[in-house]
Design a protein around this ligand. Structure first.
Ligand code: CA
Length: 365
């Protein structure tokens, strides 16, 4: 008898909870909350790619656990279901519900998308998170993807990348003239303006090209991923900072119709799991880079160099020129760039007297 009363009490509590959640429409909420969703996610990463592909898989596992198995996401690496660079298209058309990659991969289709990924001499992970989550960046990003029926979320960050591997020392701008370097995107355009010769190469071809001197230099990622690719065996001079990719934002994309089909609790789980994985992936990247940098220096005898100031200053001037040209040619790019740059400038003013000032002080000891 007692058990029965408790059960009835519990049931009425449940009904009240469901009802309040769905403004009185108890039955709709009850139906939604028992439905299981089986989704597919495609990524731009190679199978098993550490931190990035693994991070996408961890994100899916977390959602499964938090939703008690109501939202199951099967994750496919690039090429397993569709070619890596068709990820955006597949999510846009609803071939799959989710994608993971980075917005600059779609620059050919949506030039302003690269501003949500990374910009040479632009904001680091800290600034990008502040802009996207709290400074209006994410709303703007969603507006940009709206015509494609895609909803973006930040999901990971590479942190400041390295400047790349060079087969000779870079002591002045003269050393860049005619230099063949694998450097994609806006960074490649700036490098060309500086007299360099940017080369487009898929990740799988980078090592061989550098080893056989088909290229003189390459950027890839940061110590951990660069070490795994063995780039230190093909070139000895390792330059910093990664002026061209100061904090590349990785993105989760969700098909709009699929997103709208989710009940409110699953939506909350997805968006909070994305935020959690955004931080975790960035943290893993930082931790693994700390370890790998030490190994490259101590075990492999890699020579670390900072780019000379005149080289960095020139690249910075040319970056401003390149971005101004892109904006002049494309009103959509201009609109996003102006919002990005206004936040970047304010962020710099604050960073100069907070994080930068603090780090400078530590270095002077
Ligand atoms: Ca890179």
């Amino acid at each position: 008898m007692f058990t029965r009363i408790v059960l009835i009490g519990l049931l009425s509590l449940l009904v009240t909870a469901c009802g309040s959640e769905d403004s009185g429409n108890t039955s709709a909420a009850a139906v939604n909350n028992s439905k299981t969703y089986n989704w597919k996610m495609v990524t731009t990463w190679p199978p098993g790619f550490p931190i990035l592909q693994e991070g996408a898989e961890k994100f899916a596992e977390n959602i499964k656990a938090m939703s008690n198995g109501r939202l199951n996401i099967k994750v496919y690496a690039g090429g397993e279901l569709i070619p890596a660079l068709q990820t955006f298209e597949a999510v846009s058309q609803g071939t799959v519900e989710m994608g993971h990659g980075s917005a600059y991969y779609w620059a050919g289709k949506v030039p302003e998308a690269q501003l949500f990924s990374t910009v040479p001499f632009g904001m680091t992970a800290r600034g990008m998170n502040a802009w996207l989550y709290e400074g209006g960046g994410l709303e703007l990003w969603r507006e940009v993807y709206k015509p494609f029926h895609v909803i973006p979320f930040p999901l990971g960050n590479t942190g400041v990348q390295m400047g790349g591997w060079f087969n000779k020392e870079i002591n002045s701008l003269d050393d860049i003239q005619g230099l063949k370097m694998r450097i994609p995107g806006l960074g490649g355009k700036v490098f060309a303006k500086a007299g360099g010769s940017p080369v487009l190469l898929a990740g799988s071809e980078v090592y061989t090209a550098l080893e056989r001197n088909t290229i003189d230099a390459t950027e890839w990622l940061s110590p951990f991923h660069d070490q795994r690719m063995g780039l230190y065996r093909a070139a000895k001079h390792y330059y910093y900072p990664g002026w061209h990719e100061p904090g590349t934002v990785l993105e989760l994309t969700i098909n709009e119709r699929a997103w709208n089909s989710l009940p409110a609790d699953l939506k909350a789980i997805v968006s909070n799991a994305a935020m959690a994985e955004n931080v975790r992936m960035f943290s893993e990247m930082e931790q693994k880079n700390i370890e790998a940098l030490q190994e490259l220096k101590d075990r492999e005898g890699v020579q670390l160099h900072r780019f000379p100031d005149d080289v960095l200053n020139r690249l910075q001037v040319l970056t401003k020129e390149t971005l101004a040209e892109e904006a002049a040619n494309n009103p959509k790019f201009k609109r996003v760039y102006e919002a990005y740059d206004a936040f970047r400038q304010k962020n710099n003013t604050w960073s100069d007297i907070s994080e930068n000032a603090y780090l400078d002080m530590k270095e002077e000891k």
